[in-house]
Design a protein around this ligand. Structure first.
Ligand SMILES: NC(=O)c1ccc[n+]([C@@H]2O[C@H](COP(=O)([O-])OP(=O)(O)OC[C@H]3O[C@@H](n4cnc5c(N)ncnc54)[C@H](OP(=O)(O)O)[C@@H]3O)[C@@H](O)[C@H]2O)c1
Length: 303
């Protein structure tokens, strides 16, 4: 029995995944969130594939451990830069450092992200999940955009989520002052906003040799959500933990999307791991996307 279109993602998750043997020697990849879970597995796979890496991480201790491990295992260039993505000033600073230090940026992967069960605001007054999952990668991407055009062919990948299907994006209440905060919807709002800006940027990048796509990295066993209280941690560890897969599959899928020759000109798409998939209808609303773009530019100081 064929599932209705909006549930097709369930079927897609069971399909065989694509892989590539293509090498990435001589390519420089900038990666956020490489100290844990999906980003860590992506960094490992990229290092195995020969890529040079710049890890943008908030915790220097964890980052230098990953750096040492990858350098030891693969002998590649692995640099570390520090930035807390809940602070847009730090995102701006790290983007400036990247532009200063690296003439060529071939791949940008924004993997860092979080899920909060309770409403929490950043020092600047943004809802934290919206800031880390959407505003920070938006700002980093936009600040590196010209360098990536100069480095073309190059690829940008936003690690998004099926969580975008939860919705929750209300442009008149991004800080959840007038609504009761619900973790899944707060998370969904950040991922919808990101998808809507992926379509916008893909259009702007047409003809430049730079592609931008978004992906869901599978339902995998990582630390996401473990910053929440004991009830959530219990739920995650003991009630759903057994259903989650090894995040090695996420690293492999990310590698395919940024390395496979057949992906070189694919842009403006959403992938369930490596399967090209139609996102939820509300994440395809291009009028809403234009408003999200404007609001994101204003919030990040790009306007
Ligand atoms: N796990 C899943 O099943 C799943 C499903 C769908 C989508 N995703 C997406 O996959 C991405 C990675 O998540 P994950 O599952 O790998 O979770 P994770 O294991 O918790 O890793 C999250 C990464 O983001 C970093 N990070 C969090 N807040 C940050 C901040 N303020 N500044 C800088 N870095 C920050 C973390 O750094 P620290 O190591 O310092 O904490 C860590 O490296 C996210 O975008 C998430 O939405 C995951």
């Amino acid at each position: 029995m064929k599932l209705p279109e909006e549930l097709q993602f369930i079927e897609n998750a069971r399909l065989p995944q694509k892989t590539t043997q293509a090498r990435m020697d001589g390519k420089l990849c900038v990666l956020t969130g490489a100290t844990s879970g999906v980003g860590y597995q992506a960094a490992r796979r990229l290092a195995q594939g020969g890529a040079g890496l710049v890890l943008v991480c908030r915790n220097p201790f964890k980052a230098t451990q990953v750096q040492a491990e990858l350098q030891h295992a693969c002998g590649n260039q692995v640099d570390v830069l520090q930035a807390d993505l809940s602070k847009l000033d730090e995102v701006r600073t790290v983007a400036a450092m990247l532009l200063e230090k690296y003439r060529q940026i071939d791949v940008l992967i924004n993997s860092a992200g979080l899920h909060n069960t309770h409403r929490n605001l950043t020092e600047q007054g943004f809802e934290t999940v919206f800031c880390v999952n959407h505003l920070a990668p938006f700002l980093l991407t936009r600040m590196l955009q010209d360098r990536m055009v100069a480095s073309a062919p190059s690829r940008i990948l936003q690690v998004n989520s099926q969580g975008h299907r939860f919705g929750g994006l209300n442009l008149t209440d991004l800080t959840w002052q007038r609504r009761r905060y619900r973790g899944l919807q707060g998370y969904g709002a950040s991922k919808v906003a990101q998808l809507l800006t992926v379509w916008e940027l893909a259009e702007r990048l047409q003809g430049t040799g730079v592609t931008i796509n978004a992906m869901h990295p599978g339902e995998v066993r990582t630390n996401i959500g473990m910053n929440n209280g004991p009830v959530y941690r219990f739920y995650k560890r003991y009630l759903i933990g057994w259903m989650l897969k090894d995040p090695v599959i996420s690293g492999e899928a990310i590698y395919y999307l940024v390395a496979a020759p057949e992906m070189a000109e694919v842009s403006g798409r959403f992938f369930n791991l490596t399967i090209d998939e139609k996102p939820a209808k509300h994440a395809l609303d291009r009028e809403l996307g234009k408003r999200v773009w404007m609001i994101s530019e204003q919030a990040t100081g790009l306007a």
